[in-house]
Design a protein around this ligand. Sequence first.
Ligand code: MN
Length: 566
Amino acid sequence: MSTWLETYPAESLVGRAYQFAEKAHSGQKRQTGEPYINHVLAVAQTIYQWHLDEPSIAAALLHDVVEDTSYSLEGIKKEFGEEIAFLVSGLTKLKTFQYPSTTAQMENWRKLILAFSKDLRVVIIKLADRLHNLKTLNYLPPDKQKGIALETADIYAPLAYRLGMQKLSGELEDLSFPYLHPAEYQWLLKMVKEKYTEREAYAQKIKPLLEKILAEHNIKPLAIDSRAKRYFSLYKKLLRYNMDLEKIYDLVALRIIVKTPEDCYAALGIIHQFWPPLPGRIKDYIARPKPNGYQSLHTTVFCINHKIIEIQIRTQKMHEEDELGIAAHWAYEQSKDTKDYKKKMPVFASRKDLAWVKQLQNWQQKFTDPEEFLNSLKIDFFKDRIFVITPHNEVVDLPAGATPVDFAYHIHSEIGDQCTGAKVNGKIVPLDYELQSGDIVEILTQKGKKPSKSWLEFIKTSVARDHIKKTIRFKNKELQKKIEPQNLELKIISHNRLGLLKDITEVFSQSKINIISLTSSPVSPKLTMPIINIKCPYLKQTKLEKLMVKLKKVAGVKEISYKFNR
Ligand code: MN
């Protein structure tokens, strides 16, 4: 048993989850040949180290139980309650998603994962799971390796970065790198190894000098470390710099941790007095944090022996947030009520300066109350939107409450018009079914089928509404055209006389028939009798006959003919 696990009594939640998982996975082996429980323990340990709560640790221990063993979600619910079952069910479902291989859809997939998970703990446990899977990726067959590496680099590493988990994001990228670009990775290893050693030695030489000049100005750093640039991030940077390693100044950077933001600026000033900065390379991420919340001062200076080195200055709080991101805030939320919170979490941000919240805000325009969001750290900033999946594995973003009909019209107006039914996750559902994030939606169509007016009562999108209305209007017009002519045109030939038109129009008004238009040809030498043309709405046969009788009685009328206009 792992030492961290020993701190939990056997009858505690975590202790019970461990026993449950051990029993469920007994006899199972991973591709590595190890007992399966080792994987589950590794994930749970990561969650423990990230200071998440006990339900999260328990869920991490149970995360593969439902998929890989004969145990059901019901069994977990009975044994551990709603909360754990909810977390485990989210993790189980996440595994069933087949991520796309095109980059165009990636952002939507990231949103889908967040919206579907509903609770950030699900996402964080998933990231810990992925981290361990990558560490043991070399045991999988090569075709699987590439797929998992790609999915990690495209979806999970950026997701971790968005959540401010910088260290994890870099780690996930670095672990994927050799599988994604094996040749480039080998090349970089060879190229950089010597450089790294050389730069590292140089950084070590600078360290005592830095300590000395800062001390002379009454700044006592909590720590000065050197950090080597991560391989994948170095590779991406090299692509922008013609693969010229000489142009990469932050291959090894010095990192100074001080007590306060004021000390950060003071230290920067002192360093610049001794070593001049390279123009344009001072970056104040304290005043202007990166979108994911990253804070630090960066400068690149001409240092001793005419060498260039990057120096990063930050507080302890900024440092820990950089490494743990949203998980740090989770831990903060968890422990703030406990007595040892101050001891355990001395440095976390107050809610107000959580820049990542703003980042998430930008991610989803219609953000609900951020304060409320923070209270629970539940993912309700996607409250207004849902993300569902097409049979072609594309993510579609719809308003909450959207139905299969909305989905169908979103895909194509023709699919909407011809929609006869829908399947969600393989099962037939009614057309007014309320779609949920993560649903896989398939529309059944029938050629020539027209939309139903009743759909207007449940659809949520204006795209669907406009199309349905348009099609129904069109359909009604078509029907009318088939059954009834549009209007009636009468041709009356009559002797000309004073008051003729008045008498004729009176017949119409007495019969309560509107005249749409009336024209009369002028009398000419050729045409001794005027022709009067009257257009009126379509009349049924009996009404028409009555009208004709009345018109024929009008003095002077010789002849009446009529036709229907369509
Ligand atoms: Mn797993």
